[in-house]
Design a protein around this ligand. Structure first.
Ligand code: MG
Length: 269
């Protein structure tokens, strides 16, 4: 019995050792008569993709200037404003053009692009009024609504305390910015926003993948690929307002303060 057990263990060990040996086909002579390895040894070229070639574009002279494949949404001319923007009823915007900036007129309502977008890279410049009035949410408040639903807050957050997830650069009431990179009121500021739209499966009230947002404020990373819970709400839980949607416009909020915008361009991804 003991001998049978020892024999069994020895046989098993031998079988395992054999199984762990690299299995190679016998080398066969190639066309040149030399032996070929199997599997073939990898070369650098095996992981180098040549086609299709990457599309060539021309970058802007400065990082804030639009590259050749951008859609210009605001360039300081009335032509582009009339071509690209409308109010929420589809009428021409009542916001005014002042010194190359499109300025919010209190009570005129939000404005939105006539175009609709899915995933994009957006550059937008904004300016809170130089003359400070109001405080908290009442000071230089506007907002950039991605797909008309998700607000990147615009606010004069220079020495102006408010709730952290409602200050400039917040994904309003969902994510506070990583830092406060605000310039003084009256100075131009920029947001560079990379947006990945949500995807929906058959359930129309749940994201298959949520919207994701990255924001640089004056060149500083303040939102790092955050996942949104739902559309922006002033009151309530965003999760409960999720509803299947497709492409959407870019919208600028009228919060009653004369916030100005300039140099807006977008690249569809
Ligand atoms: Mg706002």
């Amino acid at each position: 019995m003991k001998i049978t057990l020892i024999t069994g263990i020895a046989f098993l060990t031998a079988a395992l050792c054999y199984a762990q040996q690299p299995q190679q086909r016998p080398a066969t002579p190639g066309a040149s008569g030399q032996k070929q390895e199997y599997p073939a040894r990898m070369t650098p070229q095996m992981t180098e993709i040549m086609e299709p070639e990457v599309k060539v574009i021309i970058p802007g002279d400065q990082p804030e200037m639009p590259p050749s494949d951008a859609i210009i949404l605001l360039d300081g001319t009335a032509e582009i404003i009339n071509l690209e923007w409308e109010d929420s009823q589809g009428n021409p915007t009542k916001w005014i053009l002042q010194d190359g900036a499109l300025v919010c007129v209190k009570g005129s309502g939000a404005i939105r692009t006539k175009r609709k977008f899915n995933d994009f890279q957006l550059h937008i410049e904004w300016r809170a009024p130089a003359e400070v009035s109001g405080e908290g949410q009442g000071r230089g408040n506007s907002g950039v609504y991605l797909q008309g639903l998700y607000e990147v807050q615009v606010l004069d957050s220079y020495n102006n305390k408010t709730y952290r997830n409602g200050q400039a650069g917040s994904l309003y009431k969902q994510y506070a910015p990583l830092v406060n990179a605000c310039r003084k009121p009256g100075e131009w500021q920029s947001y560079d926003i990379i947006y990945t739209a949500p995807r929906f499966a058959s359930d129309t009230t749940t994201y298959f993948t949520p919207p994701r947002v990255t924001v640089l404020h004056n060149g500083v990373l303040i939102q790092n690929n955050v996942s949104l819970r739902g559309p922006t709400l002033y009151i309530g839980m965003p999760e409960y307002s999720v509803k299947n949607h497709g492409d959407g416009p870019l919208e600028l909020q009228d919060h009653g303060n004369p916030v100005g915008y300039r140099n807006i361009w977008i690249r569809e991804l």
